[in-house]
Design a protein. Structure first.
Length: 479
């Protein structure tokens, strides 16, 4: 009697009425599967308790998003028996191997049940993270078998992460090189074996984050085997065994390219990059150690985010007698001079300024929007570069630090030509003691941070309001 009463109370509190619509339950099955495809698999499995209809819904989702650590069972060690015959032959879930590694049993059992259920259907997404520092370690043979099984099921989006932290890298099976169904490939901290043949006819997006290649030829074969590639992102690790000396990217289809160099240990190993992409529209470079960066055929470039130093620094400045280096920098600037929208770092501006002492800068005739990000207050090189921007309309200046020392910011003395085309200027954490005099036509926006006291703000505002204007309609906004 008491149990029936308690059930009635719970039902009343829930506010649920018989026949009431459940928005998720009433969704089309195909749409529901696509929604769940965007969640980690462990969360999809948790949804099984929501209703009877959802009990086995994880089996029908066309993809997996897994991490080894999701299957960790405390108190058990890594499986060393290497007995995976039962897995490969689909001979049951409870007898995967003879050892007592429950963590590996749980992982392998779950994956094999899913793949067995999908034996005759395609897998849309497969995301898998191998963490060698976690308590669940994965046998290399099983990893190879797993990737081959996914490729056999015509996977479209493959995302593999091997968090090895400098230990034995996870090697990707060669079958990846000839997966005709792949549309996107995301690899991080893994080894790519020397390819015999590369044919990825559907691949449009590729991310290679700290991947180890066998040599230059292997990397070039990978790129050339992607005839419809549109987006490519490369992150270079200078510390761990990178066997490539020149990253050569030649693509007739590439629209977006990102090149990032990680150098946490001060490596000065010589490295070069070559980019030849006539259809490229977006370029991002964030690297200080690549000594040579050659660009060709970038006539379609629209947007660029450039933070490159060509392995130069305050200790290793551009040598006037280093003619090959000067020629390479000139060709790089000419190669990107057609860009319309550019973000540039003070590190790159320093290189440009040093180069300008020996040779004239090329003109950036198409550049209408420029965002300069200063890591310090050495912005004396900015006016030198602005003289090459004949049609600049918008200028944004960003700073990371406050100029605590008086005179920390200074402009190179001498006559400078005003930018008659400039219409909009935005300054974030401005220069402090010295203000740049720029004739404006339409609008100046100033974002004052909390760093400044009231007296400092008043002095800055007075200087800015004194800037001459070419147009009476020019507005000054203080935020």
């Amino acid at each position: 009697m008491e149990e029936k009463k308690a059930k009635r109370v719970r039902k009343k509190r829930s506010g649920y009425k018989k026949g009431e619509d459940d928005m998720l339950t009433n969704l089309p099955v195909a749409l529901l599967h696509q929604i769940l495809l965007n969640l980690p698999t462990k969360d999809v499995v948790k949804s099984s308790v929501l209703s009877r209809r959802w009990k086995n819904i994880w089996k029908y989702v066309p993809g997996l998003d897994l991490e080894c650590r999701d299957f960790f069972v405390p108190g058990y060690q890594y499986c060393e028996c290497g007995d995976y015959d039962d897995i490969y032959e689909w001979d049951g879930y409870d007898n995967i191997c003879e050892c007592e590694d429950l963590s590996f049993k749980a992982f392998a059992g779950f994956v094999t049940r899913f793949l067995r259920f999908k034996s005759k259907s395609r897998i849309q997404n497969f995301s898998f993270s191998v963490n060698w520092c976690a308590d669940v370690e994965l046998d290399v043979d099983f990893f190879t078998w797993l990737i081959n099984a996914v490729i056999k099921r015509k996977v479209k989006h493959l995302d593999l992460v091997g968090k090895t932290w400098g230990q034995d890298e996870v090697e990707i099976p060669r079958t990846v090189y000839t997966c005709e169904s792949l549309v996107s490939l995301n690899l991080r901290d893994v080894d790519l074996p020397n390819p015999e043949r590369v044919s990825l006819p559907s691949l449009k997006v590729m991310v290679l984050d700290e991947v180890v290649y066998s040599d230059d030829r292997a990397f070039e074969m990978l790129i050339s085997g992607c005839p419809v590639l549109e987006s490519l992102s490369i992150t270079v690790d200078y510390f761990y065994g990178n066997n490539v000396k020149t990253f050569r990217v030649c693509s007739q289809s590439l629209l977006s390219f990102t090149y990032v160099g990680h150098d946490l240990f001060g490596s000065f190993r010589k490295l070069a990059a070559v980019l030849d992409a006539p259809r490229l529209e977006r370029l991002r470079i964030d690297d200080h150690r690549t000594s040579s960066f050659i660009v060709k055929n970038l006539g379609s470039l629209v947007e660029a985010d450039i933070d490159i130093a060509f392995n130069l620094s305050s200790e290793r400045k551009l040598d006037a007698d280093d003619l090959p280096k000067r020629e390479m920098i000139r060709n790089f600037l000419v190669g990107i001079s057609c860009v319309k929208d550019m973000k540039i770092s003070s590190n790159t501006l320093q290189v440009i300024y040093d180069y300008s002492r020996y040779e004239p800068l090329p003109l950036f005739r198409n550049l209408s929007f420029l965002h300069v990000q200063f890591s310090g207050y050495r912005w004396k090189m900015l006016p030198v570069f602005l003289e090459s921007c004949l049609n600049l309309k918008s200028l944004i200046l960003g700073f990371f630090f406050k100029p605590w020392e008086k005179g920390a910011c200074s402009i190179v003395p001498g006559h400078r030509r005003f930018l008659s085309s400039l219409e909009y200027v935005k300054i974030v954490r401005p220069m402090g003691e010295e203000a740049t005099e720029t004739h404006l036509k339409l609008k100046l926006t100033l974002c004052l941070s909390d760093f400044f006291e009231e007296k400092e703000e008043t002095a800055i505002i007075k200087k800015l309001l004194a800037i001459p204007r070419l147009s009476s309609s020019c507005e000054v906004h203080i935020l």
